[in-house]
Design a binder for this molecule. Structure first.
Ligand SMILES: [Zn+2]
Length: 464
């Protein structure tokens, strides 16, 4: 393997990286914390624990540079919380915290409390969660070993239900396998990335669970005898296991909201990972180029504004200046119309691998293409151009997208598919579900333009 380095990367001379995986349980203790289960309606108080929740960390070191990719079995984490964790991991060049978007775990955002006017967040639990994340990273660090990597990818459209028109699935399941560089070629860990809402147990369940993700990880740990970290990717628009016909070994259809379906679905995802591993190919993960962009997004959603006013959701707010790259503190008397939130996009180039970090639930048509064209005359913004498409800006073949990365800003909907006002698209009598959980119609245009800039920045950089 030849060694080369980018301009301005003095420590990038080595041609190998090290990897370590670590994990910590982050299951809430129901004796100490009041847990409101997040993701469906409010008022769903947890009555017990079915299976544990985890923070799982993959730490990579390249020369003196370190980065951490962390996955947590919760609904989401706001950017300000991520910044608080990063402050305690200041020795890291980049820290990515992605939530699996678990719908059977504690409310970590505030929207699912006892009622709509009361937060569901338990501050004591948030403290425990932050500590769990940091401990998982420090544990992973202790495991650091020189490694090789292999990258595998398979498509699994049969494991996704898309509940909103147009039907577009981001159906690529990706796995990274880490193997020791010593003579033993030991398997050091797996990083799995798939695109489905962990909500198979449905809205009636009252027990804490990691949903199918817990099943998938356990099955893979058992088979491959190594640590496994699972990351959620594209889940907007709306990719789920709910409503998806899943059958057991005997061909019996398994009902939504059951443990049987959840376990079966988790096993089917694990089998896809096995298939991806069978076709996996060696991939070079150095040198590194890590880019991120902070952006400000206007808050148009009136429910989010009301939730902020009621302190149901507590989030840092800024003044919306019309410029998504301009940070301006909001005065105490700022009008709700003028508020913006701060979030961050990431683009990691680790050798041949590109990782896109998206701070919410992006619609698949914005990742793989397929935004409605020609536009439906019922759309609210029929003149809106199609946004830059993630995988046209970030070319493959070795890539992955991590969603809910460093934030959960809600749905990222193509502006020309925004459809709150009649007449509705597809001749429907009612609007489709989605806009109620989005900051607003400008979210996708701003974020995807920012990603386009990030992807094209310094494109002419020369390799020495
Ligand atoms: Zn969701």
């Amino acid at each position: 393997m030849t060694s080369y380095s980018l301009h301005g990367a003095p420590d990038a001379g080595a041609d190998f990286f090290e990897v370590g995986l670590g994990e910590r349980e982050i299951t809430p203790d129901l004796k100490r914390h009041t847990v409101w289960l997040a993701g469906f309606g409010s008022g769903r108080r947890a009555e017990g624990v079915h299976d544990p929740l985890y923070a799982r960390a993959v730490v990579l070191r390249y020369g003196k540079r370190k980065l951490a990719l962390i996955s947590i079995d919760v609904i989401g984490l706001f950017y300000q919380e991520v910044k608080a964790v990063r402050a305690q991991l200041a020795d890291y060049e980049y820290v990515l915290i992605s939530s699996t978007h678990n719908h059977e775990g504690p409310d970590t955002l505030g929207l699912w409390g006892p009622n709509l006017a009361t937060t569901g967040v338990d501050l004591g639990y948030m403290d425990y969660l932050r500590q769990g994340i940091i401990r998982a990273v420090r544990e992973a660090e202790k495991q650091l070993r020189p490694a090789h990597a292999r990258y595998g990818i398979v498509r699994a459209p049969e494991l996704l239900q898309d509940s909103r028109l147009p039907i577009v699935k981001h159906d690529e399941l990706v796995v990274l396998e880490f193997i020791s560089r010593d003579g033993q070629q030991r398997r050091l860990g797996l990083l799995v990335q798939w695109n489905c809402h962990p909500e198979t147990l449905g809205s009636k369940n009252k027990l804490i669970s990691a949903d199918f993700v817990g099943v998938t990880v356990r099955a893979l740990v058992e088979k491959y005898k190594c640590r496994v970290a699972y990351f959620t990717g594209t889940v907007g628009g709306l990719l789920s296991s709910l409503g998806l016909p899943i059958r057991d070994e005997q061909g019996r259809l398994l009902a939504d909201g059951t443990w049987e379906k959840t376990e079966r679905y988790g096993i089917l995802v694990a089998r896809k990972v096995e298939e991806a591993l069978q076709g996996a190919k060696a991939v070079r993960l150095v040198p590194w180029r890590i880019r991120r962009q902070v952006v400000y997004l206007p808050v148009a959603n009136r429910y989010y504004r009301a939730a902020a006013q009621l302190k149901v959701v507590v989030r840092e707010t800024f003044l919306w200046t019309g410029n998504p790259y301009q940070r301006r503190e909001a005065p105490p008397d700022a009008k709700l119309d003028d508020l913006a939130i701060e979030t961050e996009l990431g683009l990691l180039e680790l050798g041949e691998l590109k990782i896109v970090a998206i701070p919410g639930e992006i619609y698949p048509e914005l990742v793989v293409g397929g935004v409605q064209d020609p536009v439906d005359p019922g759309a609210d913004y029929p003149e809106a151009p199609i946004e830059p498409i993630v995988y046209e800006e970030v070319k493959g073949p070795v890539r992955m997208l991590i969603g809910l990365a460093n934030d959960e800003i809600g749905y990222i909907i193509p502006k020309r598919q925004w459809d709150e006002r009649p007449p509705f698209c597809y001749g429907r009598k009612q609007a489709q579900y989605g806009e109620i959980n989005s900051l607003g119609p400008e979210t996708a245009p701003i974020l995807l333009e920012a990603l386009r800039r990030l992807a094209r920045e310094h494109k002419d950089v020369k390799l020495r």
